[in-house]
Design a protein around this ligand. Sequence first.
Ligand SMILES: NC(=O)c1ccc[n+]([C@@H]2O[C@H](COP(=O)([O-])OP(=O)(O)OC[C@H]3O[C@@H](n4cnc5c(N)ncnc54)[C@H](O)[C@@H]3O)[C@@H](O)[C@H]2O)c1
Length: 351
Amino acid sequence: MSLEKTPSETCVLVTGGAGFIGSHTVVELLEGGYQVVIVDDLSNASEKVLDRIAQIVGDEAAERMSFIRADVADRDALEAVFESFPIDRVIHFAGFKAVGESVAKPIEYYGNNIGNTIALIDTMRAYGCKDIIFSSSATVYGDPDALPLTEQSPKKFCTNPYGWTKWMIEQILMDTATADPEWNVVLLRYFNPIGAHESGLIGEDPKGIPNNLLPYVAQVAVGKRDCVHVFGNDYDTPDGTGVRDYIHVVDLAAGHVSALAWMNGRTGCEIFNLGTGTGTSVLEIIKAFSEACGRELPYVIEARRPGDVTANWADCTKARELMGWEATRGIAEMCRDSWNWQSHNPDGYGE
Ligand SMILES: NC(=O)c1ccc[n+]([C@@H]2O[C@H](COP(=O)([O-])OP(=O)(O)OC[C@H]3O[C@@H](n4cnc5c(N)ncnc54)[C@H](O)[C@@H]3O)[C@@H](O)[C@H]2O)c1
């Protein structure tokens, strides 16, 4: 447990801070007055994001940001970070996230996601830093029995190694908090983050063929891909396509700042869903994006993809009542900002 501190007195280590959600969170942290140390090995990110973050927040705030290129699993590198900076809290984004790839490369996924978390929390313990926010996922709920999903909804079998890494890291962190009451753990279960910063300077930059719907739709809109593939139109949903709870990445980023403030001076382990509470179908997303980019986006219906669930959306009452956090942006803003990013940066950060 750290002592209660104001944002300007708090130094936050952000692992994976150069990535999609991490970069948006770093912006919110700097704008909230925090000191930020990013550790990222750039395995799925570009160093260019740092200049973009600085452009958004301005030079003065950017001076509170440091970047170390390192693998979180590299204990020597991590120790050097803890020696150099007075880290108070950690937000742990670093990990591999492509569901399909995880099926093909389970050893890499378990190795990186779980291995780097163990190295991180072991190093944190050695330096007496026991406050951590972890990026978990609605994937731990599996195929839900009932909607909306609350934090009490049961964790189910995951359908891929990526999901299992989230499931297991949650368990590791819960056990850690049980064994040592000084730990202060917040597990944030994200629903489907999309969109981009409204400046259009930072956004999602997937390498290769996008795994998730929105970046794929955005690449169709910009002419990089022919048409959207819709996997299944015979689900038990209003239009037959899968339904998800999409959340604007800036709302999600703000959720981390709310969690940091809420955990100040606490101990234990708490779980929060971060979503909007509203489900949107694949066809509704394609329609909303078509409106945002000003042309009808073509799509084809394909067979269902193994492992996809019919529908999920969150009950976010707990985050609202305890942390005072609520998503404020709707699907139209998510598509608008995603299009703004994609159309100004058709090749992402250009690497
Ligand atoms: N994007 C989503 O849909 C989603 C949903 C739920 C949970 N999450 C989780 O949120 C976190 C961030 O996701 P994202 O979408 O920003 O992904 P991302 O790939 O854009 O960001 C992850 C970052 O971690 C870095 N990284 C990976 N392994 C590392 C290591 N060993 N050491 C240092 N850096 C490393 C990558 O270079 C990248 O910058 C991930 O843990 C992801 O699993 C994402």
